[in-house]
Ligand binder design. Sequence first.
Ligand code: PLP
Length: 379
Amino acid sequence: MSIYLDNAATTQLDREVFDEMTPYLLTNFGNPSSLHSHGRTVKKAIENARRTVADLLKASPNEIIFTSGGTEADNTAILSSVRSHGIKHVITTPFEHHAVLHLLEVLASNGEIKLSYIKVDESGNLNLNYLDDLLRLHKGRSLVSVMHANNEIGNLNNIELIGEICASRGALFHSDTVQTIGHYRHNLDNLKLHFLAASAHKFHGPKGVGFLYCRSGIQLSQLLHGGSQERKLRAGTENIHGIIGLAKALEIAYRDIDAHHFYVQNLKNRMIAKLREHISDVQFNGNSFVADKSLYTVLSVSLPAFDVGGSLLNYFDQNNISVSGGSACSSGSSSHVLSALGADPSRDTVRFSFSKYNTEAEIDYTVEKLAELYKAVAA
Ligand code: PLP
């Protein structure tokens, strides 16, 4: 048995998505910038894909810019805020993905922005009164960059409320929604945000493609200079099959969203229950075990560290179970998220992340293997 429980890292491509993509690799191979029929066919397909994405998110097609993934979308949103909107103060969280944090750290160390962090508690909940204070006390417009859900511990942030706070203080709001697009419904008609970043490979689409949502009327500055693709906002020949795959993956995700949520949440609940039953000192990081406060696709588990003749991840790997790890220590592969939570550095963290392709039998087998290890060590 080979088990894949690392769906927050990436997901398996859906067969339906693959089938939709292949004609754009083999037959419809034209360059969308070409004026002849080969080019026009592909150009039309891209615009259809853009409309599909926009309709699903209740946005308008001119608000969707296809990118190479979540990282580029995050970078474009932040750099546009600084370069086109004169932003000199950015407020974020210590839990953001490196696609946000590393860029902000560079901008801060260059002296281009002042960087503030929202205070958090030991479960990773954001102190939104503090956010409001930061906005109130800063003279001039700020950018707030807060992810919708954290990829390591799964905490969900209230982007509706954060959007309201930003709107009341005249701030720009960017949300990295890479872990939630395709798993939750986003209604951009109601959400008070200016930018949003998404990546297809997190919802059973292809890798190397994503999109940036940029609200109408909000100016973007180009990251890449060159051709006039994406209305001169993102130069470079489009990743046609990727864009087609992204739109199809999102369509499927929305078609099946409730069933998917129910199915995957059950897998997560089952794992929580089994872990509690079989592992005496099991704990969960952040809000990982609270259903409405965390991603139903992610469970971050804290376990007492012990010498297993290699890492816990290796043990899983040797048993053909693919998971991710992390620790709060300050060496090697330490996690900035667990460190910011103040997690006990003497414990190990395993992130299990689930998808529609996982089964109950896989959950049971994984916990069984972990329980076996604990028994062996205790003996
Ligand atoms: N933001 C979050 C929350 C992520 O989980 C990831 C990917 O792991 C990214 C951004 C980067 O996305 P991409 O790999 O498409 O560049």
